[in-house]
Write a protein that binds this ligand. Structure first.
Ligand SMILES: [Zn+2]
Length: 144
């Protein structure tokens, strides 16, 4: 899983050199150079080249959006596979967090690692059609 990038600490009206943007977002300079290669807009009419904070945020926000892989009904996101997967054996557990919401947990049908998906209790049927979901009591241990 990718490290969390502190892109919200970038100021809209500041311009950053590569090293400055790297420091603010908590990444290596080489990562910023890779972003530039991947299309991050840069002002290049003079040295040092500058990245406008607002442009960076717009570019990075679009990049996040484009990379999201939403789960369809019956799928949960497997962080090991980096892909939405169906629960192994068509079975999942629901662990309530409060009266209305909680999380589903199941094993990935490909790598057999645990997967999780937030879910509202009344939507289990729509979220996980065809999956046998066992409702646990709050505070039950999660067996792996
Ligand atoms: Zn998996």
């Amino acid at each position: 899983m990718a490290r969390r990038i502190k892109w919200r600490s970038v100021h809209d009206h500041f311009s950053y050199e590569v090293a400055e943007l790297a420091k603010v977002t908590g990444v290596c300079r080489s990562t910023v150079r890779n972003w530039i290669r991947d299309g991050l807009p840069v002002i290049t009419d003079q040295r040092p080249h500058l990245i406008v904070g607002e442009e960076f945020k717009r570019w990075y926000g679009q990049r996040i959006k484009a990379r999201k892989r939403p789960c369809r009904p019956g799928e949960m996101y497997c962080f090991k596979c980096s892909h939405p997967r169906a629960p192994a054996l068509g079975m999942a557990d629901y662990i309530p967090r409060n009266k209305t919401g909680g999380s589903l947990t199941a094993l990935c049908n490909v790598c057999e690692r645990p997967m999780f998906r937030a879910c509202q209790l009344h939507r289990i049927g729509q979220t996980m059609p065809g999956v046998r979901v066992s409702i646990r009591k709050r505070g039950d241990d999660i067996k792996s």
